[in-house]
Design a protein around this ligand. Structure first.
Ligand SMILES: Cc1cc2nc3c(=O)[nH]c(=O)nc-3n(C[C@H](O)[C@H](O)[C@H](O)COP(=O)(O)OP(=O)(O)OC[C@H]3O[C@@H](n4cnc5c(N)ncnc54)[C@H](O)[C@@H]3O)c2cc1C
Length: 425
């Protein structure tokens, strides 16, 4: 059960100092924000003042600090498994919730691979934030902002954000600040490329719905194009060669989905090319190395049965139509999916917070970030500090049961991780 009681407010002194900062942030004056709303309405629009200390001092509109009598504001960065599970459980009679994320929905990642081959529809794996926490679109003090957090100022109790327009020019990049009473960083991790040349440009990751859409589009396109009259056999085989790099759970799961698709759908619907389509899984070490032996053997047997080819090797270079392994082997491909695990994102790396041994935001047993007040980190972006004596938790969606309690003046957060998913069920 989720219970948040008496979340401590910023002390009046802190509160007023934050207030002052917000007030003073514009070029003038006492009319910094409208009384009717919680938004600071700096009179100027995007005035650029000279940068100082490497920090962009541009002043923008923002969400001012809460005042006495208003609900305390919990700001959540990210709308993934961790952030959404947390927001879903917050009692919005007691707290206002503000979510900042470049994504207005949560992705049910374990089922993402199924959408690539049409087993599931994309809408089945995406849940809008407003359905997960309805207060966000109803309560006057709760909001969702489509933006990235770019900077954290723990002394001022505020985060700096920039709108996310996904390459569209509907709005020029707009910066704003949000004051928080409690901040929960749940910004996840980023796909690792290990700096290998050509991965970003030529491979497709499998982390978001748009990735799955791109994979499905390319797969179907290649199936159609490979049947073009007069196309060379070699080219046909390249187009129909699906390569997955990374033999972890996601790579293995996706390879399994692909081979099912080939065995069932391709044989029926694209019979002309059924003998030319293949799936190859490339892994530098053992497939599913973090799983127990019995499970690994079972998975490998199943994949072998369905025709997935395993190649042990290290990818050295990725070119538009082929990749090159460290022993010089060239592997032509029509579709390349990259799934070699995750690491800390540039945002997490940029934060001047304590880190765990793997570079994630360092937390104590209560998910608090020591050395800063009222800041918590959960999910893939966080890891226990060495001083806790606890091991780093795997980057998995097992943030399944979160509860809160209050002790003294602290906002405590207990996260229990349950191993809920069996990839091979
Ligand atoms: C294909 C796939 C299958 C998986 N299958 C399983 C499985 O079967 N079982 C399992 O346990 N785990 C699985 N996982 C792992 C699981 O999805 C992750 O562990 C989980 O998503 C982590 O949750 P999170 O909230 O920490 O991060 P995420 O879910 O990655 O969410 C991070 C959020 O933060 C946002 N964000 C990023 N940067 C910023 C910023 N600067 N400011 C604001 N917001 C930001 C992102 O847009 C996103 O909304 C799978 C992962 C993938 C990709």
């Amino acid at each position: 059960m989720f219970l948040i009681k008496n979340l401590t407010r910023v002390s009046p002194s802190t509160s007023s100092s934050i207030l002052t900062r917000f007030r003073n942030s514009g070029s003038s004056s006492s009319s910094s924000y409208t009384l009717a709303s919680r938004f600071c309405t700096a009179q100027e629009t995007q005035i650029q003042s000279p940068a100082s200390n490497g920090v962009d001092r541009s002043q923008y509109e923002g969400l001012r600090p809460t005042r006495e009598g208003e609900k305390p504001r919990v700001v959540v960065l990210g709308s993934g498994w961790a952030g959404c599970r947390l927001m879903k459980g917050i009692d919005t009679n007691l707290y206002d919730v503000v979510c900042v994320s470049p994504r207005n929905h949560m992705v049910f990642t374990p089922l993402l691979a199924s959408t690539c081959v049409g087993t599931l529809e994309f809408r089945s794996v995406a849940e809008p934030i407003s359905r997960i926490q309805p207060a966000i679109s109803r309560e006057p003090g709760s909001y969702f902002f489509l933006a990235n957090c770019s900077r954290l100022d723990p002394d001022a109790h505020e985060v700096h954000c920039e709108t996310f327009t996904d390459g569209l020019d509907t709005l020029k990049p707009w910066k704003f600040k949000i004051a928080y009473d409690k901040l929960v960083v749940a910004s996840g991790a980023e796909a690792s490329t290990f700096g290998i040349h050509g991965v970003m440009e030529n491979a497709i990751f499998l982390r978001e719905v748009h990735h799955a859409q791109e994979i499905r589009r390319k797969l179907l396109l290649n199936l159609m194009l490979s049947d073009t009259p007069g196309i060379a056999k070699e080219e046909k085989q390249r187009l129909l060669h699906c390569v997955v790099v990374g033999g972890g759970p996601t790579g293995v799961e996706f390879s399994g989905e692909l081979s099912d698709f080939i065995m069932k759908d391709v044989r029926q619907r694209y019979a002309h090319v059924k003998d030319d389509i293949h799936v190859t899984l490339i892994e530098a070490r053992d497939i599913l190395s973090s799983f127990d032996d019995r499970l690994r053997r079972y998975a490998i047997k199943q994949l072998n049965k369905s025709g997935v080819r395993f190649v042990r090797g290290i990818v050295k270079d990725v070119q538009p139509q082929k990749l090159i392994l460290d022993d010089g082997t060239e592997v032509p491909y029509g579709l390349l999916v990259w799934s070699t695990g995750v690491g800390p994102s540039p945002f997490v790396r940029s934060l001047g917070l304590p880190k765990d041994p793997t570079g994630r935001i360092g937390i104590d047993e209560w998910m608090r970030v020591p050395s800063v007040q009222d800041v918590f980190a959960i999910g893939d972006c966080s890891g226990y500090l060495e001083t806790t004596g606890k091991p780093t938790l795997p980057a998995l969606a097992q943030v399944d049961n979160i509860s809160y309690s209050v002790s003294g003046s602290h906002f405590f957060l207990i996260v229990h991780f349950f191993y809920v998913t069996d990839h091979f069920r």
